[in-house]
Design a protein around this ligand. Structure first.
Ligand SMILES: *Cc1c(COP(=O)(O)O)cnc(C)c1O
Length: 227
């Protein structure tokens, strides 16, 4: 599949930004540009337009692009499932990790986070539709994971992330977002400084924002369909 030319990349970025802002109706919302499978050159083009945050799913692929992009100011988010043996790479090379879904990841992440970097920003991933094959914790496990993340000075608990099951029906999608928002508000009762609810992708980012997303993760709408 053909990737966007730099002109259509700019048009796509402006359109997503405007649609997100109008759905947010004055509330701040962040767009994470999901750059998995996309070359570093396209990331550089979006940075030139003002995009700051990029999401990657595979650690090795991300490290390669980070090396190519050198000193470019980018906020890197890991949004793919995390294997335990990748905790060190993520702690050393990312600013955010959106996919913490089990307790045994937490201690290694904290231990490997280099002292010269700020704490690693962490989201707890929730399997909100209770899909058997999907990553993410159960809603009932959020509080325990959040407490252990918050207990580590080298980690900073920022909120929740989910990838709801694809559904053609808007009502079903909305219901998943509403459940996530309820989890998020409950978490905020005990962790006041939590500020991030990462839900919504290319197909449904406006709906997610309407239902309370503070961050949406957009790939194909910016860069074109993935091969
Ligand atoms: C690929 C991916 C996205 C982006 O999906 P699009 O439909 O291309 O916007 C968002 N979140 C996660 C976790 C992904 O893996």
């Amino acid at each position: 599949m053909q990737e966007q030319s730099s002109k259509s990349l700019e048009a796509a970025w402006l359109s997503v930004t405007q649609r997100a802002n109008s759905a947010a109706a004055g509330r701040p919302v962040r767009i994470l540009a999901v750059s998995k499978t996309r070359p570093a050159a396209l990331i550089r083009s979006l940075v030139a337009l003002g995009q700051q945050a990029f999401g990657e799913n595979y650690v090795q692929e991300a490290l390669g692009k980070q090396a190519e992009l050198g000193d470019t100011a980018i906020e890197w988010h890991m949004i793919g499932p995390l294997q335990s043996n990748k905790c060190k790479d993520v702690a050393e090379h990312f600013d955010w990790l959106q996919t913490v879904d089990r307790a045994r990841l937490i201690e290694p992440l904290a231990r490997f986070r280099p002292a010269h970097l700020p704490p690693l920003n962490v989201l707890v991933q929730v399997n909100i539709d209770d899909e058997p094959s999907k990553a993410g914790c159960q809603p009932g496990q959020i509080a325990g994971l959040a407490d252990s993340i918050a207990a580590h000075p080298r980690l900073r608990l920022r909120g929740l992330m989910a990838i709801p099951a694809p559904a053609a029906d808007v009502g079903i999608r909305r219901a998943a977002f509403v459940r996530m928002r309820t989890c998020f508000e409950r978490l905020r009762d005990s962790h006041r400084d939590v500020d991030t609810l990462s839900i919504g992708m290319s197909d449904d980012f406006e709906l997610a924002i309407t239902e309370g997303a503070t961050m949406v993760r957009v790939g194909s709408l910016l860069f074109g369909p993935r091969a």
